[in-house]
Design a protein around this ligand. Structure first.
Ligand code: ZN
Length: 240
């Protein structure tokens, strides 16, 4: 089965469309949360995903837009965007997001946003934190987002290695437990503004990372026309 794995789309429709076009036909679309927040197109993004039959989980921004978690732990930019988004989403967008779990398993993979032990909040950026999470999922592998940084943590003989995931890079999956992050579609933060997407071939046991150009300026223009902080537009072209 060919699966496109997307995370942290953050209401960036132009990035999502470019990513979907780049991967071509797939059997499944798995989405690791933070579908909305920051960007200008929450309803359009959710409609695309719902139409495509995406299998998704909630991220912290999605939960905040739904009023499930307080926004006082968010920074000012994130909070302003959550508040605008909460006032903009339609009943059907809200209903679709509300129907998503925080964690789910699909075959050999657990899908979650932050980490398997703390789905909404934990950022997996260190091998020590990843190591503590290796016992927190029952499947062989786990897919996470949240950091907006493409990489893999792999358990090997009791040690956790961090493997980089450059554009065009791939990883052969075996019995060694991995936590894989596709990076962010709609707001990459690794200095590369191109959208991130991961392709999984579940039969062959192969994960591939790709970067996709999209019209960043169109998303920036849309943000600047709305009562959203201009910094959210500026950061997109810097990839941070
Ligand atoms: Zn995010």
């Amino acid at each position: 089965m060919r699966v496109a794995v997307l995370s942290d789309i953050h209401s960036n429709l132009h990035a999502l469309d470019a990513a979907l076009k780049a991967v071509g036909p797939v059997d499944r679309l798995w989405v690791l949360g933070d579908i909305v927040g920051y960007g200008p197109h929450p309803n359009e993004v959710v409609e695309r995903l719902a139409t495509a039959g995406a299998i998704a989980v909630q991220g912290n921004h999605d939960a905040a837009v739904l009023g499930r978690i307080p926004t006082d732990t968010f920074n000012d930019l994130a909070r302003e965007a959550v508040e605008w988004t909460a006032g903009t989403v339609t009943t059907s967008t809200r209903g679709w997001l509300a129907g998503l779990p925080e964690k789910r398993s699909e075959g050999a993979f657990t899908l979650t946003h932050g980490s398997p032990r703390d789905p909404l909040w934990e950022y997996l950026i260190s091998s020590s934190a990843a190591g503590l999470n290796m016992a927190a999922f029952e499947t062989t592998h786990c897919l996470v987002g949240h950091t907006h940084y493409p990489l893999t943590f792999r358990m090997d003989a009791g040690r956790v290695d961090i493997l980089n995931a450059p554009d065009g890079g791939h990883l052969d999956l075996d019995e060694r437990r991995c936590i894989l992050n596709p990076g962010s579609v709609g707001q990459p933060r690794d200095g590369d503004p191109r959208a991130c997407v991961m392709l999984l071939d579940t039969a062959a046991g192969k994960a591939e990372w790709h970067r996709v150009e999209y019209p960043v300026e169109r998303t920036q223009q849309a943000i600047r026309k709305l009562p959203l902080p201009g910094a959210l537009a500026d950061r997109l072209e810097m990839g941070r």
